[in-house]
Design a protein around this ligand. Sequence first.
Ligand SMILES: *[C@@H]1O[C@H](CO)[C@@H](O)[C@H](O)[C@H]1NC(C)=O
Ligand SMILES: *[C@@H]1O[C@H](CO)[C@@H](O)[C@H](O)[C@H]1NC(C)=O
Ligand SMILES: *[C@@H]1O[C@H](CO)[C@@H](O)[C@H](O)[C@H]1NC(C)=O
Ligand SMILES: [Fe+2]
Length: 717
Amino acid sequence: MTLTVAVLFLGSCVSITSNTMASGQEFEVTVHTSPGPTCGTFNRLWLSLIGSQGETPPVEVNEGEHHLLSGSVCPVRVQANGPLGCVVLVRLRLEAQVGLPNLNWHCSRVEVRRIAGEWAPEDPDVQVFLGDRWLQTADGDVELRSGKLCLLQDETEEKLKQQRVKELQLQQRLIRWRQFVDGAPQCIDLSSASDLGPNLSYKHKSPSTNTHYLKGLDGRAEAWTSLQEFETVFLQNSRQNSIASKKPHHREATVRLTNGNVVDVLSISGFIRAHWTEDWYFGHQCLNGCNPLLLRQIHALPPNLPVTSDLLRPFLPEGSSIDLELQKGNLYLLDYEVLDGIPANVINGKQSYLSAPLCLLHLNQQGQLVPIAIQLQQTPGPQNPVFLPSDSGCDWLLAKMWVHGADFQCHQLVSHYLRTHMMAELVCVATLRQLPPVHPLHQLLMPHVRTSLQINHGARASLLAPNGVFDKAVGCGLEALPVLLSRSSRRISYRSMCVPDDVRDRGVDKLPQSYYSQDALRVWTALHRFALRWVDLYYSGDDVVQQDSELQQWIAELHAHGFVHSTGFPQVFHTKAEVTKFVTMVIFSCSALHAAVNFSQLDFALWLPNCPMSMLRPPPQVKGSVTEDDITSFLPDVNVSCRVLASLSLLSQPAVDFVPLCHYREPVFGNDVHRRLLQEVQAELDAISSDIAKRNSHLELPYPYLSPTHIDNSVAI
Ligand SMILES: *[C@@H]1O[C@H](CO)[C@@H](O)[C@H](O)[C@H]1NC(C)=O
Ligand SMILES: *[C@@H]1O[C@H](CO)[C@@H](O)[C@H](O)[C@H]1NC(C)=O
Ligand SMILES: *[C@@H]1O[C@H](CO)[C@@H](O)[C@H](O)[C@H]1NC(C)=O
Ligand SMILES: [Fe+2]
């Protein structure tokens, strides 16, 4: 392995121009089949070497006693009968054998050793041509290149330039864009998941979930009679959850305390059950819950929230006023304006309701962020009262539940689906179409985005489709979904996708208990350093960036098919710094951000009153209209709640092949130069993980989601 790796980077072959010297060359070629259990094939394999000046006739590799078995190495002698020059490509072709199944073959690599003939002393003895992909008979001729990554303008061989262009043309025919929602990023055009083929598919083995305790409830289309009744069901399912957490894999989803005890997912949701009605905990969730992306500091009140210092005096420090608190930067806002007027779903044959709340929060003298005013709809008026902490307990609790209900929609569809899943798919499709595999950014980004094609296709065919959980159980159903996705795509700015800009713009970077933003900044910084070193390897200056036509096509396509309406999203790259920032943003969104918004969802939503996915009665238009018994009548029906709980449990199955952030299995990451960069970033991420573990051990309520050891390298669920 080390040998292979060293050879890969010995530089390119030096051309030999003299025909007499080059003729009579002989090579020993070894064909390596990948070791996976299904990598072998019965098919016949033909191989020829393509040189800068000529090519060898095809020879059969698996003749006689040589078979393409998984993990095997097949040697074959290849002779050039004319001038060849230096070998630049290896051409392979699979052919089915009569009577035997036509199986795809996973080629690891081909190594070419010169054994006879003359060549320049600088030329390597062994050249390695990388496969690392599935080949099939339908492909016809497939050409493998050496594992050395390079930019188009650095190609020295005309044949390699052409090969690059041909490869992209082929990909552009196979991988096409499709509009999913007008105004939102486009997706891949597939008629079925099997069209992805083995190169772009992966296995997410789902162990069967235990829905035993939910099953008997799936016909009960009526409201919960009390919170106690809900609690009974919650506890049965929580127990199941804690059993699941005994599995070694699931232990990834746990929080380790200093005393060595392990707190599992259940304990966090148990904590939520105990504290969900408390104001400090409402504020804490805005910073450290499953949707930490919305809260922002304000310097002026929104014009549509008619509150005065007189009204809010009891909730502000003695002698202070709204203006003073605004000046000090102590006022924060949640604004769900994007939900305004969105049509709410009909669930179990009943109309459900959405609201578009404004919620004002205050950073008090104890350093707690607490809500001090909630208006459930955007337009102020007599039928849209501003709820206050001094209102009756039920009014205030219900107002906070409405805010969380609105947050559920934005969390699932905007923070989770749009910002991570759709982003990953957008980048994946553009990369396959515009950057050939030999481009250094193709190799760096694909491991982070590859799984998104299959997972998103699956989501569009099930979760987001007719009869899926959004259709059957969520306030934003199939009618609302395109409206919300399209609106939010227009409103998301590029700055909000980049952590340092985002947390500074929202004024959450300096808050002492803003663990999401502290951890996100550290992870971003480590990723940024890594991306910078990678970019430095291949781009010596800004002019190289400007001249890389593949890179420019790529970003133009990302802009045109992605966030064309959103402010600041780049459409050209002028500098290395811009490329580095963009690459960091992509890696962060597909790994860390996904972990922050996905991994936390079960914790916060399992106790459903904390996170109602739909509301069955309209937002109250007057104060004092609800009693404690009424609260549950706003919540979704029994069987709707259970449907969501079952879905969430399913989504919480541990990934079978979890790959931690910045760990790569692809062979190009094995060479010395790349490996050094990986060691650096991995060491930095490990240090962040242990700092986070240390910090969490002192916290009553730890924030584990952005600990790099828990972050998956890609959007895998
Ligand atoms: C895998 O990818 C390679 C290179 O893009 C392509 O030639 C081949 O057809 C793909 N294999 C399958 C089975 O789709
Ligand atoms: C709830 O039960 C009703 C009546 O049995 C059924 O029509 C409806 O589809 C169920 N809803 C869900 C989300 O399972
Ligand atoms: C998504 O979150 C669930 C818990 O809600 C977790 O089990 C799963 O592993 C997470 N997936 C990823 C890729 O982080
Ligand atoms: Fe996800």
